[in-house]
Ligand binder design. Structure first.
Ligand SMILES: [Zn+2]
Ligand SMILES: [Zn+2]
Length: 153
């Protein structure tokens, strides 16, 4: 996972966040989808040579493939690799419904913020940028329960 992939003969779609190209090392055509979440990174999905050539002949079809891969994420059958080492371990918090990096939380299904207020674990120092914490991925969501707990402290 998270190896560096170099695409040659890259064709970049300027209106959507994707490009297609040939991976000479893996001897395969790939679609590179840019994910804009906390940090920008690429996810790679396999496409056929015919699909690669659609860039010039049937870009709309390629856009729909890109969109489908984007929505399904890393569980899509075309998924090959991701630049983001932590990609597989983005979880959704049971309490506040925010996304977070599993590696940053002590609890199995709670973000660092909820784990702090509910169970007293040390909170993440939260470095918010564009409504996401750059460290733990928390989006600032606070459940009613947590709001009440905070007010009683
Ligand atoms: Zn939470
Ligand atoms: Zn944080």
């Amino acid at each position: 996972m998270a190896i560096h992939i170099n695409l040659t003969d890259r064709k970049v779609c300027t209106t959507e966040h994707f490009s297609v190209g040939y991976d000479a090392v893996g001897k395969r055509y790939l679609i590179d989808i840019i994910i804009t979440w906390v940090i920008w990174y690429s996810r790679y999905y396999s496409i056929s040579k015919e699909e690669y050539e659609m860039f010039d002949t049937n870009i709309e079809k390629l856009k729909s493939i890109a969109n489908e891969c984007y929505k399904t994420g890393i569980s899509h059958q075309r998924f090959v690799d991701s630049e983001n080492l932590r990609d597989e371990i983005i979880k959704i918090c049971d309490e506040c419904d925010s996304q977070y990096y599993a590696s940053q939380s002590k609890m199995e299904s709670l973000c660092p913020n909820c784990a702090h207020y509910l169970y007293g674990y040390e909170n993440c120092p939260h470095k918010m940028k564009n409504n996401k914490c750059e460290i733990c991925g928390w989006d600032g969501s606070v459940s009613t329960l947590i709001t009440n707990l905070k007010n009683n402290i």
